[in-house]
Design a protein around this ligand. Structure first.
Ligand SMILES: *Cc1c(COP(=O)(O)O)cnc(C)c1O
Length: 376
């Protein structure tokens, strides 16, 4: 059996090696390392794929969130509502910009923002909502957008884990996650569903004015060189990464399909096991399985993690500490949060390997070991 990895970018990349090598060589030959043609091609290619007007590439997903928040003109003290059950980048940029993070609950089944908890957290100081499409499942955007409209709030979608995921509205129409709110932000970190050979990110929006502003902010606040109209930052996707992403974007739907096949295998293997809750897929969401995450019921999770490791099967806890319990917020004078679902999930989730290069032999081996430990 081939060794099992949490993510296998190497095998994925070997399958496109010739195309990628040629594309990289082309950038080297052009010497346009920054803002070369591949960057513009990627921006328009991603816009077309997502069905959105503007895509602005940047250096990473964390910057993407920051650029979006800066462009929306959020001011120190403004409240930004995010789930606590997410990767830290979502809330880190809120803190970095001296905005006030307000943590809300997730739905125990979808791991995404709970609209009822969101509604309760809104105050006169609330300016923005940051739903996260966690693990590749969409947050309930229709309800979130309704609440945002009711209270006049911006919605910044953290789409770092769900690129390519479709959202279905109650009228049957569909949109890609990240294109529903005011602005979407994503990451091309190598292990993401659309991953570069290094760091990368992007913001996207249908709003012309906001797009222009985000473009300027990512480029030192300038439109005309050396004339800086606002405080910005330096956040670029380089030409080599863009050239690679242009190739991988063509394969994104295939990659996501391969992830869904892995998930279907696991779902089938664990069906009916009372100690395992497999990922739920809500009617409005597609799932692109950035992670395949189980909720364990009455199982020694750390024991399972060790047992799997002993059998050369990696597994991960995403994430061991929720946002509202991170030490970094100690000095923030945050209220004492009671986020029971978040704490409950934090103690029970475990993610199994899911990527585009898994074979049946590996999957059977993983599933058999999970079941062996749980049923012992
Ligand atoms: C990866 C990720 C980010 C940050 O992306 P980087 O490119 O690593 O900066 C933000 N939010 C979520 C939910 C992520 O998974």
């Amino acid at each position: 059996m081939r060794p099992i990895q949490m993510v296998d970018t190497k095998t994925q990349d070997l399958n496109i090696k010739e195309e990628v090598d040629a594309a990289i060589q082309e950038v080297l030959d052009s010497a346009a390392y920054i803002n070369g043609k591949p960057v513009q091609d990627f921006a328009s290619g991603l816009s077309a794929y997502l069905g959105i007007k503007h895509t602005i590439p940047c250096a990473n997903g964390t910057d993407a969130l920051q650029i979006a928040m800066m462009a929306l003109g959020l001011q120190p003290g403004d409240e930004v509502i995010t789930p606590s059950f997410t990767y830290i980048a979502t809330t880190e940029v809120v803190a970095l910009l001296k905005l006030k993070p307000v943590f809300v609950e997730v739905d125990a089944r979808t791991f995404c923002m709970d609209p009822a908890s969101l509604r309760k957290a809104i105050t006169p100081k609330t300016r923005a909502i940051v739903p996260v499409h966690l693990y590749g499942h969409a947050a309930p955007m229709e309800e979130i957008m309704q609440i945002a409209k009711e209270f006049g709030l911006y919605v910044i979608e953290d789409n770092a884990q769900a690129i390519g995921c479709d959202y279905t509205f109650s009228d049957g129409s569909k949109k890609k996650t990240g294109t529903i709110g005011t602005v979407g932000a994503t990451s091309f970190y190598p292990s993401k569903n659309l991953g570069a050979f290094g760091d990368g990110g992007a913001v996207f929006t249908n709003d012309d004015v906001l797009a222009q502003k985000m473009k300027m902010i990512a480029n030192h606040g300038q439109q005309k060189r050396y004339y800086h109209e606002m405080v910005g930052c330096n956040s670029r996707l380089d030409s080599i990464q863009a050239a690679i992403l242009n190739i991988k974007l063509q394969k994104l739907d295939d990659y996501n399909r391969a992830r869904r096949e892995v998930a279907a295998y696991y779902d089938e293997a664990f069906v009916g096991n009372a100690k395992i809750t497999t990922p739920f897929v809500a009617g409005y969401s597609d799932h692109v399985y950035h992670q395949y995450t189980l909720v364990l019921n009455d199982v020694d999770r750390d024991g399972l993690n060790v047992f799997l490791a002993e059998n050369k099967i990696p597994s991960m806890i995403y994430y061991p500490v929720p946002g509202h319990r991170q030490k970094m917020f100690d000095s923030f004078d945050l209220p004492k949060y009671e986020l029971a679902t978040t704490d409950w999930l934090t103690e029970r989730v475990i993610s199994l390997p899911v990527h585009t290069e898994m074979d049946k032999e590996q999957l059977a081996y993983i599933a058999a070991h999970v079941i062996k430990f749980i049923n012992q």
